[in-house]
Write a protein that binds this ligand. Structure first.
Ligand code: HEC
Ligand code: HEC
Length: 178
């Protein structure tokens, strides 16, 4: 007997899938759309982990829901590998040197590099911040601080406890400048 479930499961061709993701995350994995994160150069395990969390509804992202619900484990593995190999490129958002300076001070106090690495390129389940979109990181940091990111790693929330919106903006400029 064959396992009917796995035999019958239909998966969209990989190229078609990547085109779908690219409409929001950028054809080359570098997002040009406000508040949508770039995926290029993310650690493979980070993308894999987030896609599983989204598919299972643990991290709830309304915009993403229709695109993750029918992903197979094989699709997720292939997508994570694909995005990890692409080159991260900084977008055209302005980086404010004053905010970078302030962000660098806060980051040193809060030891961001202990998890995200001195290059801020991330590792394992910890995302790359270098060259990520500023507007996305500001939103993400607020969501962590205000406990609004469902399924979030509590380590992140603890790290930025008590920071103001201005502090979070400074951190985003610091991180994106890498
Ligand atoms: C309609 C636009 C849209 C499409 C299509 C889309 N995404 Fe997303 N994606 C988003 C948004 C918006 C977020 C950020 C959600 C948030 O603010 O937490 C996101 C977040 C992510 C994240 C988390 C990244 C991070 O840095 O936290 C991953 C991984 C991801 N998407 C992968 C994919 C993949 C793979 C596909 C194709 C199967 C896809 N997305 C299709 C809009 C989209
Ligand atoms: C203890 C380890 C740890 C420390 C310290 C840490 N982070 Fe994180 N960070 C994480 C993890 C893990 C995630 C992924 C969260 C998840 O899965 O919900 C994350 C996610 C993020 C994200 C979301 C990025 C994305 O693509 O979705 C941003 C932005 C971020 N961290 C910035 C920072 C900044 C700035 C600092 C220092 C103030 C910092 N982090 C310190 C572990 C850490």
């Amino acid at each position: 007997m064959y396992g009917a479930g796995s035999v019958l499961a239909q998966s969209m061709p990989f190229d078609e899938r990547v085109t779908q993701c690219g409409a929001c995350h950028g054809e080359d994995g570098n997002s040009r759309i406000e508040k949508i994160p770039s995926l290029a150069g993310q650690p493979e395990f980070f993308v894999l982990n987030q896609l599983v969390l989204m598919r299972e509804g643990v991290r709830q992202v309304e915009a993403m829901a229709p695109f993750v619900k029918d992903l197979t484990d094989e699709d997720i593995t292939a997508l994570a590998k694909h995005y990890a190999q692409l080159e991260a490129k900084r977008g055209d958002e302005p980086i404010d040197p004053e905010l970078v300076k302030r962000g660098t001070e806060i980051a040193a106090q809060r030891r961001c590099v202990s998890c995200h690495l001195p290059t801020l390129t991330g590792q394992d389940q910890m995302p790359r911040l270098a060259k990520q979109r500023v507007d996305y990181m500001v939103e993400a940091l607020k969501a962590f601080r205000d406990d609004k990111r469902t399924g979030a790693d509590t380590a992140m929330t603890a790290t930025i406890l008590g920071l103001s919106d201005a502090d979070l903006a400074a951190l985003a400029h610091y991180a994106a400048s890498h």
